[in-house]
Design a protein around this ligand. Sequence first.
Ligand SMILES: [Mg+2]
Length: 207
Amino acid sequence: MNKFNIDPVLKNDSIFKSGANKKPVIGFDMDGVILDNADAKIKIAKKHGFEIKLHHTPTEIIRTVLPQIILEKLQKVLYGDHPIAMSTPLMRGVRTVLAEVKRRKILYFLISRRKIPEVAVKLLKKRAIWPDYFNFENSFFVAEPVDKDKKAAELGITHYIDDEQKIINILSSVPNKFLFDRFNVFKKTDYYIKIKSWSEFKKHIWK
Ligand SMILES: [Mg+2]
């Protein structure tokens, strides 16, 4: 600390440009943000006779193109202990961001609505980000969208990244919301910051 009582590491950090005047606390969603399950969705849909494209894969879009019964089957495979699910890669660039967040000693958390956390943990272990980056100390599995906001409030999250507008809309406790819109299918709004990649996120908060 210096005479201005400002942490020198954070003083010049442009994370403050978004209006936060306290040390940032970052919250991450998992599916479609840390994990890239777009190809897995395409594969599963194909098994059921549906040819979908990458831009159809975001959760809020796929719902509009696949019948409910197929969606249920897709989710069962996608979030279960299935070889297709277990081959899900990390989102490009996320490891670099996590390493940077850790290096800057910024607090961060995972808040996911995965119904079977054991499967999620198994996959994160396989991708070598559990327990080094995420573990039971900083990861939370909740049931409903509103529970994400409750958990975010409890943890004092200042910046949250999610790939669903529905979740972003409910996070009233979070001052800086980022919509991870990889395929550029959602509108720009004043309510959230739209990012298409992790390198774009880095530019927003560190450059
Ligand atoms: Mg998600």
